[in-house]
Design a binder for this molecule. Structure first.
Ligand SMILES: Cc1cc2nc3c(=O)[nH]c(=O)nc-3n(C[C@H](O)[C@H](O)[C@H](O)COP(=O)(O)OP(=O)(O)OC[C@H]3O[C@@H](n4cnc5c(N)ncnc54)[C@H](O)[C@@H]3O)c2cc1C
Length: 459
């Protein structure tokens, strides 16, 4: 029997599809580098069906690609090698809410924004947030340990995860950490599955910690002529506030967003860089923010600025940052999602800037990122006249040089997007041979036949 027939015989009939549109659509993520070549798409409704699917893969030797909202930027959810896509999208129930524990139990296919709305309705807050939150799913967020715009205050997805139900690559079901806050009983496998990119097991349910609802936001956008001064601005706002976001973007990125979305530039005087700062709107916050702004102007770090006067204006200012990734997609960018310690950013940036100028003389480079976390998104835009393949091979060569630079500055080749296919061959710039060998050992333990996402993360 062929694989789709095997699956159709073992699972409810409407779980399996081989329609061309589905193979194409479920077979890729936002990278658009690798062609979709899935043989079937399975969309189970229950963990038992996930388990059956993994058991079949073990018995018959075919590969599965766990799939969420397919908003990934590293090729982790791509099925380009005759795999079966295992989409969790129908497992999208909010199973339980506990107001005393301030926690929620959800199935993996719950969309991130759906959980944000649910938490808000309960008077609480789910703080993992980024521009793809309307499509990405909790299972995908956990599998990539997603970060986003609120990490500076609330941490990464990992910091929300109190428990997981998974089906391992072997087909075993594990209940990890039981939603407990305290549980010192040895190795915490829950954390091994966070960020494992679908290579160890399929995340089916999660117990997540919610945060208290924050105050309304006060948002500033400040023009900063020199990048090193962005860090001075960060330090001076940090002295006065517990920041809920500190983002940065370059002027060429801003201009593209404004043009694409018919938005007015935020400042009358353009600057090379902009810092977007969010703090809680509470007593005296606006006065404190103005004082911090004036201090930065006096120091010569900031040339101009705007401060939100309403929730509507705060949301408008956020669009300038949030629309960047989707806007740049029109230029088929090669995305580097890198990090160094915040304190090392200025020195790193000087060298990275020189490298980009020397190695990409024909390409426009757009910087932006979660600068308060030391995380930069360095986007190389493809010149129209270059073919995609030519562009990619040139970028790959430079990624090695960037990797060397990151080693010297103690940084990472993937801050939050994960490794997938895109950064797999550069993993050694951040993880030692001993670590990679241990990762392979983990993979062999949880997925001895290599049925889950083969070729991703560690190859
Ligand atoms: C406009 C835009 C902005 C973005 N901004 C950010 C950002 O600020 N911060 C950030 O961290 N990311 C960002 N991303 C990247 C992406 O949204 C995140 O990586 C997100 O967590 C992926 O979730 P997903 O459901 O789409 O996962 P997918 O893309 O479907 O999958 C991602 C990986 O997780 C695995 N996976 C998915 N579901 C499961 C499961 N149930 N069990 C096991 N493995 C699974 C897949 O196999 C794959 O390896 C952005 C993407 C876009 C398009």
């Amino acid at each position: 029997m062929k694989i789709p027939e095997l699956l159709a015989a073992a699972l409810p009939q409407d779980c399996v599809t081989t329609e061309a549109w589905a193979l194409q659509s479920y077979g890729c993520d936002r990278t658009t580098i690798w062609p979709a070549q899935a043989v079937a798409v399975v969309r189970p409704r229950h963990i038992d069906e996930v388990q059956r699917c993994v058991q079949l893969a073990n018995e018959h030797g075919f590969a599965l690609v766990p799939s969420g909202g397919r908003t990934g930027l590293s090729g982790g959810a791509v099925a380009s090698n005759g795999e079966v896509v295992l989409s969790l999208e129908r497992m999208n129930r909010i199973v339980d809410f506990d107001p005393v524990d301030a926690s929620v139990r959800v199935e993996a296919g719950v969309v991130t924004a759906q959980l944000q709305d649910y938490a808000r309705d309960k008077g609480l807050y789910y703080p993992v947030d980024f521009a793809a939150a309307g499509s990405s799913q909790i299972g995908g967020n956990i599998a990539t340990n997603a970060g986003g715009i609120k990490v500076i205050r609330y941490g990464m997805t990992r910091d929300r995860v109190r428990g997981l139900s998974v089906v391992t690559g072997k087909g075993e079901r594990l209940e990890l950490n039981r939603g407990l806050l305290k549980n010192n009983t040895g190795y915490d496998f829950r954390h091994l599955f966070v960020g494992s990119e679908g290579t160890l097991g399929v995340i089916c349910e999660a117990n997540l910690a919610l945060a208290p609802a924050p105050a309304d936001p006060l948002v500033l956008v400040l023009g900063v002529p020199r990048f090193a001064d962005v860090l001075e601005v960060l330090a001076s706002f940090r002295q006065r506030f517990s920041l809920s976001a500190f983002e940065c973007f370059s002027d060429n990125g801003l201009r593209k967003v404004c043009a694409a979305h018919q938005l007015a530039p935020p400042l009358s005087t353009p600057a090379a860089y902009y810092a977007l700062i969010e703090v809680d709107e509470c007593d005296g916050a606006a006065e404190q923010a103005v004082a911090a702004f004036e201090y930065c102007v006096d120091q010569g770090w900031v040339s101009d600025g705007v401060i939100s006067q309403s929730l509507g204006q705060a949301a408008e200012l956020w669009k300038l940052r949030e629309y960047l990734s989707e806007t740049l997609a029109a230029w088929t960018p090669y995305k580097n999602d890198i990090s160094v310690a915040v304190s090392r950013l200025p020195a790193f940036l000087v060298e990275a800037d020189a490298l980009m100028a020397a190695r990409y003389p024909d390409c426009e480079v757009v910087w932006y990122g979660h600068i308060g976390d030391g995380n930069l998104h360095l986007n190389i835009l493809k010149p129209e006249r270059w073919s995609k393949d030519d562009f990619l091979s040139r970028c790959s060569a430079v990624t090695d040089e960037l990797g060397d630079l990151l080693v010297r500055h103690g940084g990472s080749i993937s801050a939050e997007h994960g490794v997938g296919l895109l950064k797999r061959d550069y993993l050694h710039y951040t993880r030692s041979p001993a670590e990679i060998e241990l990762m392979r050992g983990m993979k062999a333990l949880f997925d001895p036949r290599g049925v889950l996402n083969p070729g991703k993360l560690i190859g």
